[in-house]
Design a protein around this ligand. Structure first.
Ligand code: NAD
Ligand code: UDX
Length: 451
């Protein structure tokens, strides 16, 4: 086995594969990194000035490495690259299954399986196959079974190297990660992958474990983070009826060094492509392996989140009542600094507002409005606005759903909302004093209503 990989292939040019490979190529100019994807449009976008993923700092990293030692190619050209690769990352989507055993909870491994099949058909010599996608524990068994069918006499090692980047901070997370996790069964392949990361990650931040612990640790990390958000959101409802303020409660709780301040920001509910699907995967694994009590515990994190989204939309619908009126939605992305709206709270909230017969106008600086409506199943009716000012014009209610920086400094007094319009701050980012001075009413999540 070559001690230091010279040629890397990554299957999947999505939010993880693209940025992760760009950073590896940037930090390891002597390694050739090729990213392969079935989606020709996505590959074309990675090769253009308009990258398919918006991430602060990404364009600069891609700009330095692309064409030098970073290449984005279609699946058709992937076979040759696969034959030369020392190390292959699988970074494809692992969504929740929609049919069959475990539908609605278990992870759908069909894309992973088709990657394993592709590797099995085209790899030559010795290849390290790395699970970069988030997988259920023991998924490597499935991959190994498929790889074993290789007819070129090739040999394989399978590692688990789950990704912990968060969208919006992906480049920072990749360049200076809290930890890199490598799970495997033998030291040599673990060392080969670790040698890549050690080019820029301090050795003490590279954690090695068994294969199954690495697979499960990724699901566990996301479950813990999401559980904190659901815990603070559960408290936000109690704060609203008792006069406590959730930000004050969070500050006190988070200042205990055993607890820490992060992931205690009350919100309209967590979104993103990972939290819900990964917790549901964990729930399924608990059920499958005969621990229903643990399954029920984790399921509650998701249920609370669904309730928080409904609760927020219900408050707006109740306020507007029979008068109906226009609601301005500010922010469609699941968090700031990304164009990603997968599982965004905005999807459910907009659908609910529309179903109640309200006129909805939305503004987001990065999200593609048509794609959002299609994904939300909103065929017509919801209107796009090109600026905050346009969105707010004539609005009776405003729902702030994403914490984009530009929303913090809105000059409310200069906007043309209807008198006594209510601003529903789903992220607690607005300045109550500025809203009050504009003669508007504020409802903060987990806070006291202004009057
Ligand atoms: P994505 O949907 O953005 O990208 C996946 C890509 O894989 C798509 O472009 C798709 O066309 C391609 N693909 C699917 N099957 C293929 C095949 N057989 N051959 C070639 N290409 C194929 O997904 P993502 O957000 O990048 O997530 C990928 C994995 O990483 C998931 O398992 C996810 O849970 C995990 N993850 C995601 C994040 C995140 O922030 N998005 C963070 C950590 C981990
Ligand atoms: C998450 C994990 O953080 C990351 O480690 C993993 O690799 C992928 O899943 P991501 O979904 O990109 O990353 O973003 P994250 O910052 O975790 O936010 C997830 C959701 O929780 C967002 O909707 C965010 O707004 C929400 N959130 C987060 C809160 O509502 N309150 C908080 O305090 C923190």
């Amino acid at each position: 086995m070559k001690p230091f990989p010279k040629k890397i292939v990554c299957i999947g040019a999505g939010y993880v594969g693209g940025p992760t490979m760009a950073v590896i190529a940037d930090r390891c100019p002597e390694i050739e990194v090729t990213v392969v994807d079935l989606n020709a449009d996505r590959i074309a976008a990675w090769n253009s000035a308009q990258l398919p993923v918006y991430e602060p700092g990404l364009a600069a990293v891609v700009g330095r490495a692309r064409g030098r030692n970073l290449f984005f190619i279609g699946q058709g050209d992937g076979a040759k690259k696969m034959a030369e690769a020392d190390l292959v990352f699988i970074s494809v989507n692992t969504p929740t299954k929609t049919e069959g055993e475990g539908a609605g909870k278990a992870s759908d491994l069909r894309y992973v399986e088709s990657c394993a099949q592709f590797i099995s058909e085209h790899a030559r010599g010795h290849t390290i196959v790395v699970e970069k996608s988030t997988m259920p524990v023991r998924a490597a068994d499935t991959i190994k079974r498929i790889l074993a069918k290789n007819s070129h006499g090739g040999s394989f090692e399978v590692l688990s190297n789950p990704e912990f980047l968060a969208e919006g901070t992906a480049i920072r997370d990749l360049e200076a990660p809290d930890r890199v996790l490598i799970g495997g069964e033998r030291p040599e392949p673990i060392e080969a992958l670790a040698s890549v990361y050690r080019r820029w990650v301090p050795a003490e931040r590279i954690i090695t474990t068994g294969l199954w612990s690495a697979e499960l640790a990724k699901l566990a990390a996301n479950a813990f983070l999401a559980q904190r958000v659901s815990s603070i959101n559960a408290l936000s409802a109690l704060c609203e009826v008792t006069g406590a303020h959730v930000d004050e409660v969070a500050r006190v709780v988070g200042s205990d060094s055993r607890i820490g301040p992060k992931f205690l920001k009350a919100s309209v509910g967590f979104g993103g492509s990972c939290f819900k699907k990964d917790i549901l995967s964990l729930v399924y694994l608990c059920e499958f392996h005969g621990v229903p009590e643990a399954a029920a515990y984790w399921q509650q994190v998701v249920d609370l989140n669904e309730w928080q989204k409904r609760r927020f939309a219900d408050q707006i619908i109740r306020q507007l009542g029979a008068a109906k009126g226009k609601v301005a939605v500010l922010g469609l992305a699941f968090k700031k600094d990304t164009n990603d709206f997968r599982e965004s709270a905005a999807l459910d909230i907009c659908r609910q507002l529309m179903a109640a017969g309200l006129e909805v106008v939305s503004y987001d600086p990065r999200v593609d409005f048509a794609e959002f409506c299609q994904s939300a199943g909103i065929a017509r009716g919801m209107q796009p606005a090109h600026t905050v000012r346009e969105a707010l014009s004539g609005a009776s209610a405003v729902a702030v759903l994403t914490e984009w920086e530009e929303f913090r400094s809105i000059d409310w007094a200069s906007m043309s909302l209807v008198p006594n319009a209510v601003i529903y701050d789903g992220r607690n980012i607005l300045d109550p004093e500025m809203i009050r001075r504009a003669n508007l009413l504020l409802h903060s999540i987990g806070g006291r209503d202004s009057d």
